[in-house]
Design a protein around this ligand. Structure first.
Ligand code: NCD
Length: 322
């Protein structure tokens, strides 16, 4: 298998690489249940975690994943850094690189920022979300959740609800899941689900009718409504709720064993009814836990540099530092 040198998106990953990352994540999932959660696998390595845009779960998840592998982290928070003083992206990341981290995790409001950085630095770059472009670790953790719950990743009917046009989560999921034969329905208000999106990948269908979108779905992925994009009179929150909120009644149109996924942060009462968010079909917290496992697998692969067939660090307990 072709080793990854960066993780910039899911568009250019092969099925084999995706399956490898998901397989490598499995023992790290088990590992999250151990009473002592620290390995020595990346001891002496440093991971820079540079967030130029706000984040709760992705930032904490990457930082915790690095710590559980034994690595140190260097954190950059844009709000409290020289970015505020007008320093350019490349100067900021070159400054971080001069402190010799072994890899950098980057979130940025501009689409393409991680790729721009990867072309200029010598170390592995992991995209933690860039503008409206990609959020590959989110799609990988979603895939792990689907594969676990459904016993495989192949050929499901997946419905993605919300602002597809501006969603990096939707884009990364579309690229990943269509490689595994998913039939994906994109659903939301017309201005957020333009027909041209159907050209993104084979097997894509766009609709503005939520009932049609949910019929027979195996997985319903609900996106956060980016409230900054709700502008009356074009679209009021009440209209969105009436037309597109995932309610228990609507969910009954999907298959009885359909999974409900949400990348967070959830706005309860807007895109999702709290009854569904907390219901038996919801995988929201499992997604968060799986995020740790996927990020540990990626940091291990990209920064640890071990051969792809090396014994897995979470299985080989002689490697534990506890
Ligand atoms: C998403 C993001 O920031 O792209 N959240 C996340 O990383 N879990 C989704 C969102 O903010 O809408």
């Amino acid at each position: 298998m072709q080793r990854l040198s960066h993780l910039l998106g899911t568009e250019n990953l092969t099925r084999e690489q995706i399956t490898f990352i998901l397989d490598q994540s499995k023992p790290f999932q088990e590992f999250q249940r151990y009473p002592l959660k620290k390995l020595a696998t990346l001891r002496g390595k440093t991971v820079a975690v540079a967030f130029f845009e706000s984040s709760t779960r992705t930032r904490i998840s990457f930082t915790t994943a690095a710590a559980r592998l034994g690595a140190d982290t260097m954190a950059l928070q844009a709000e409290s850094s020289s970015v505020k003083k007008g320093e350019s992206l490349i100067d900021t990341v070159r400054t971080i690189e001069a402190m010799r981290p072994d890899g950098i995790v980057i979130r940025h409001a501009s689409s393409g920022a991680p790729e721009f950085v990867a072309e200029r630095l010598e170390i592995p770059v992991l995209n933690a979300g860039d503008g409206t472009h990609e959020h590959p670790t989110q799609a990988l953790l979603d895939a792990l959740t689907i594969r676990d719950r459904k016993g495989g990743l192949e050929g499901w009917n997946i419905t993605i609800l919300g602002d597809i046009l501006h969603s990096r989560v939707a884009r990364s999921n579309i690229h990943l899941l269509t490689k595994f034969g998913a039939r994906i329905t994109l659903c939301g208000p017309a201005m957020w689900v333009p027909r041209e999106l159907e050209n993104m990948a084979p097997g894509l269908r766009c609709t503005t009718c939520i009932e049609e979108a949910l019929e027979g779905a195996d997985v319903v992925m609900v996106l956060r409504v980016q409230t900054e994009r709700i502008h009356e009179p074009a679209l009021a929150a009440e209209e969105y709720i009436l037309g597109y909120q995932l309610t228990a009644k609507r969910l009954r149109l999907a298959r009885p064993d359909a999974l409900v996924l949400h990348p967070g942060p959830m706005i309860r009462g807007l895109e999702i009814d709290p009854v569904v968010a907390d219901g038996a079909q919801s995988c929201v917290l499992e997604q968060v836990t799986n995020g740790l496992a996927v990020r540990m697998a990626l940091l291990y692969h990209l920064i640890g540099g071990a051969p792809v067939d090396a014994p897995h660090p979470a299985k080989d307990r002689s490697n534990a530092s506890d």
